[in-house]
Design a protein around this ligand. Structure first.
Ligand code: NZQ
Ligand code: ZN
Length: 385
């Protein structure tokens, strides 16, 4: 029986040239800190565009937020926020910069040691500075959700948090900002968005028909647009569809009131923290193997997925489930993303290390049935060698 509350306050401003709209979207009196990553925002000219749109406002910058943003780096931004009495944060970048900005927004208002925000998964966040974003990499959905993932380099702990106080006020989505992305990042975006849908869809049926149909539509859209999104020179319509699909994949709508899994993400985060594998690439390793491992618990949804997303018909139920898993793996491989640990030179020692970290981080009962124990995670990873 459906029973839920859905709340998403983020305004989306979508289209070519929309960065100029910052002039009306950011409060006129704001003391703004623009946060960005390595060099891409400056190199591509986006940072200049942002500064021009902000006009006469008081604007400072904080650069150097790395992919998989680190607590150590973000705490330097918190110091700057406090020293300069910043009251508005504007992230310019991909998921790492937006996630990092959410953490800075919460940490700057937090009494006590901000790492506790991660240890408590954000439950202890009572307020945050207002934040907004200019998205340059379609993938995570961070531009329209209230979650973030932060890594503590010192302990290789990559943990997530969420809070109602951390939704961006608005996000500017200009598909032409993706034109400078290397193909590998476009592929990452396709796979990350795909797996976000799967984590909210591939569980068990609860008569949530719009959520199911919407999820299946997003998956089919990603499959349909993948070749065009990867094509060079970039095509506006394909990039626009990728950008909007990735946002819709994790803005709460398809997840409203339905069971969710997220085991693939939790196992994947450990792979990134230990071995530096891009986020989406870890998901492509884990998901096909997890589908195989959970084929009994996920049976009904696997059959629905096979039929509706991949048009698999005929054969026994088990054959149809096999086909669904094969299609999923082939889709990831088709965009150039490997689905085996061995592709990254990792073997059994990596399995031991990941399972140890999952245990250390309390990831003892993952999945929609809380049945993916560290031993089940071990089996999933061993099957992904
Ligand atoms: O650092 P710069 O120089 O800016 O380069 C970045 C970075 O190296 C580059 N890039 C970004 N926009 C570009 C560009 N290069 C050329 N042109 C552009 N327009 O891309 C590289 C990767 O950026 P990053 O932000 O790390 O990628 P992504 O958006 O995939 O974010 C990954 C992070 O998001 C977290 C992941 O765990 C990871 O830490 N996630 C956040 C989620 C959320 N908040 O809801 C959910 C996701 O599942 C995910 O866990
Ligand atoms: Zn993800």
């Amino acid at each position: 029986m459906l029973n839920f509350e859905f709340h998403n306050p983020t305004r989306i401003v979508f289209g070519q040239g929309k960065v100029a709209d910052l002039a009306r979207l950011v409060p006129a009196q704001a003391r703004v800190l623009v946060l960005y990553g390595g060099e891409s925002a400056r190199r591509t000219g986006t940072l200049d565009e942002v500064r021009a749109a902000l006009g006469e406002r008081s604007v400072s910058e904080f650069g150097g937020i790395e992919p998989n943003p680190s607590y150590e780096t973000l705490m330097r931004a918190v110091e700057q926020v406090r020293a300069e009495h910043i009251d508005y944060l504007l992230a310019v970048g991909g998921g790492s910069v937006i996630d990092g900005t959410k953490f800075v927004a919460a940490a700057a208002c937090f009494d006590g040691e901000p790492w506790d925000i991660l240890l408590q998964r954000g439950r202890n966040v009572q307020r945050a500075l207002p934040l907004a974003s200019v998205l340059t990499l379609p993938a995570t959905g961070s531009e329209m959700n209230n979650g973030g993932v932060v890594t503590r380099k010192a302990t290789q702990a990559k943990l997530s948090f969420s809070s109602v106080h951390c939704f961006p006020q608005f996000s500017v989505l200009d598909p032409t900002k993706t034109y400078t992305l290397p193909p590998a990042q476009i592929a990452n975006g396709l796979v990350d968005a795909y797996v976000h849908v799967m984590e909210q869809y591939l569980t068990y049926p609860v008569q949530a028909r719009p959520q199911d149909r919407f999820a299946e539509g997003l998956l089919q859209t990603l499959v349909e647009i993948a070749p065009g999104a990867l094509a060079e020179p970039p095509d506006y319509d394909h990039r626009a569809n990728l950008m909007w699909t990735a946002t819709l994949a994790l803005n709460g709508l398809i997840g409203a009131g339905v069971p969710q899994d997220w085991a693939t993400h939790m196992i994947g985060h450990e792979l990134t923290a230990l071995y530096g594998i891009d986020h989406a690439r870890t998901l492509a390793i884990v998901l096909p193997s997890l589908m195989q491992s959970q084929r009994v618990a996920k049976r009904d949804k696997l059959l629905q997925y096979a039929e509706r997303v991949w048009h698999v018909s005929g054969g026994t139920e088990d054959e149809r489930i096999d086909a669904a898993i094969t299609h999923t793996r082939a889709f990831f491989e088709s965009v150039g993303i490997p689905t085996r640990l061995s592709a990254y030179g990792l073997g059994r020692e990596a399995v031991d290390a990941v399972v140890a970290q999952l245990t250390a981080h309390g990831m003892l009962k993952l999945g929609e049935h809380r049945s993916i124990t560290p031993e089940v995670s071990r089996a999933i990873l061993e099957a992904a060698l």
